[in-house]
Write a protein that binds this ligand. Structure first.
Ligand code: DOR
Ligand code: ZN
Ligand code: ZN
Length: 352
C-alpha cells in the first residue's frame, strides 16, 4: 500500500479559463475539472479574454456563465485598460482583484502609460489587491507604485534572478510587495525549448539555469505563492505559423511540487504555505469547509491522455512524478476520484 497524504484544498491565483471568447481552448467546466484533477479547489481567472474583463456588463455575463458551469470555486480578475479606465471602480463589485499587464503577452490588454497606472492606484478599492504582469525593469515600476501609493502590489509569475532579487530588496525595505512563481519556471529552463519548441513557449519565457536556481533559492523566503499560469491553447494553435504563448498547468503543479518534497528541495509545510495559506491570505479568499485533497504517493508518469483540460496536452508529458491525486472532497462531497470528475456543473461557488 502506498502512503496517502491529506492536504487542504489548494488555491491557484493565476488561471486562464478563456471565457468569454476562447472556449475552444478551455471553458469553465473543463478548466475547473482540470483544477480538481490537480488537487485545486479554488481558482482566480485572468481577464485577458475576448472581449477582456474591462467592462461591468462583460463581467456580469461571465459571472453568470461561471455560476452555471463551475465544478470548483472561481473568482475573476478585472482587467485594466486605458480605453475604459473611467469605468474601473464599477468593475470592483464583480472582481476579486485587478490585473495590470505591463508587458507583451497573449491578448491585447496592456497598460503602457502613466495616467492609466495612476488611475488604477487611485481608484481601485484599497481592500482589493492589484496584481501585475511585470517583467525585468517593469518590476521596478510596480515597486515604485507600491511605495508611492502605499498599497500592496502582487507580481505574477516572477521568472528571472534580477526580478526575484529586486523583490527581495523591496521586501527587506518593508515595501508591500508579494510575488508568485510558476511550476514551469521551476521545473524547466531554456534547454527545454530545444526539445519542446513552441510547446515550451510562454510569457515570461523559460529562464536560464541560473534564473531557475535563484527561484529555488528564494522559494523559502521571498516567494509568497505558487501559481500555475494555466494558459491552455490547442495543439493546432501551438503548431501554427503564429503560435500563442502559454502552457497548461493546473493538473501538474501539485504533483511536481510533491516530487520536490520527496527530493528534500521543499518541505510539505512550505508547499501548503505556497499553495493554500498564502494565496488565501493575499487575496482574502473565503474558507472552504470540509474540503481536502488526498494524494497517493506512488510514482506516476504524466501523460497527455490523462488531461481534463480541453487543450489535451502538457509540456510535462513523459515526466515521472512522485504521486497522483486520488480524491478531492469539496464541502463534504467527493468531487474527483481516481481520474473521474464527479462534481456537477454549478456546484462550485463564484467568489466576488
Ligand atoms: O504565456 C502566457 N500565456 N503568458 C501570459 O501572460 C498570458 C497567457 C495566455 O493568456 O495565454
Ligand atoms: Zn502574465
Ligand atoms: Zn497568465
Amino acid at each position: 500500500m502506498s502512503e496517502i497524504i491529506a492536504l487542504p484544498g489548494l488555491i491557484d491565483v493565476h488561471t486562464h479559463l478563456r471565457v468569454p471568447g476562447g472556449e475552444h481552448k478551455e471553458d469553465f467546466r473543463t478548466g475547473t475539472a482540470a483544477a480538481l484533477a490537480g488537487g485545486i479547489t479554488q481558482i482566480l481567472a485572468m481577464p485577458n479574454t475576448s472581449p477582456p474583463l474591462t467592462l461591468p456588463e462583460v463581467m456580469v455575463e461571465t459571472l453568470a456563465t461561471a455560476r452555471h458551469d463551475v465544478l470548483c470555486d472561481v473568482g475573476l480578475f478585472a482587467g485594466a485598460s486605458p480605453a475604459h479606465i473611467d469605468r474601473l471602480p464599477t468593475l470592483a463589485p464583480y472582481a476579486v482583484a485587478l490585473k495590470i499587464y505591463l508587458n507583451d503577452t497573449f491578448g491585447k490588454l496592456r497598460v503602457e502609460d502613466v495616467p492609466t497606472l495612476r488611475a488604477c492606484f487611485q481608484t481601485w478599492p484599497r481592500e482589493k489587491l492589484i496584481a501585475m504582469h511585470a517583467e525585468k525593469q517593469s518590476v521596478a515600476v510596480g515597486i515604485g507604485l507600491a511605495a508611492t501609493y502605499e498599497r500592496s502590489v502582487h507580481f505574477c509569475h516572477i521568472s528571472r534572478r534580477e526580478e526575484i532579487e529586486l523583490i527581495a530588496d523591496a521586501k527587506m525595505r518593508g515595501l508591500p510587495v508579494t510575488c508568485e512563481v510558476t511550476p514551469h519556471h521551476l521545473f524547466m529552463d531554456v534547454t527545454d525549448r530545444e526539445r519542446l519548441g513552441m510547446l515550451a513557449d510562454m510569457r515570461p519565457v523559460l529562464g536560464t539555469p541560473d534564473d531557475v536556481a535563484a527561484l529555488w533559492a528564494h522559494l523559502h523566503d521571498t516567494v509568497d505563492c505558487l501559481a500555475t499560469d494555466h494558459a491552455p491553447h490547442t495543439l493546432a494553435e501551438k503548431q501554427s505559423d503564429n503560435p500563442p504563448p502559454g502552457v497548461a498547468g493546473l493538473e501538474t503543479s501539485l504533483v511536481l511540487l510533491l516530487t520536490a518534497v520527496t527530493e528534500n528541495r521543499l518541505t510539505l509545510s512550505r508547499l501548503i504555505d505556497l499553495m493554500h495559506t498564502n494565496p488565501r491570505r493575499l487575496y482574502n479568499l473565503p474558507e472552504q469547509p470540509d474540503t481536502r485533497v488526498e494524494v497517493e504517493m506512488t510514482p506516476t508518469t504524466i501523460r497527455n491522455e490523462m488531461t481534463q483540460s480541453k487543450c489535451g496536452w502538457t509540456p510535462f508529458h513523459g515526466r515521472t512524478v512522485a504521486g497522483r491525486v486520488k480524491r478531492v472532497i469539496l464541502r463534504g462531497q467527493v468531487a474527483y476520484e481516481d481520474g473521474m470528475v464527479l462534481a456537477q456543473p454549478g456546484t462550485g461557488m463564484v467568489i466576488v
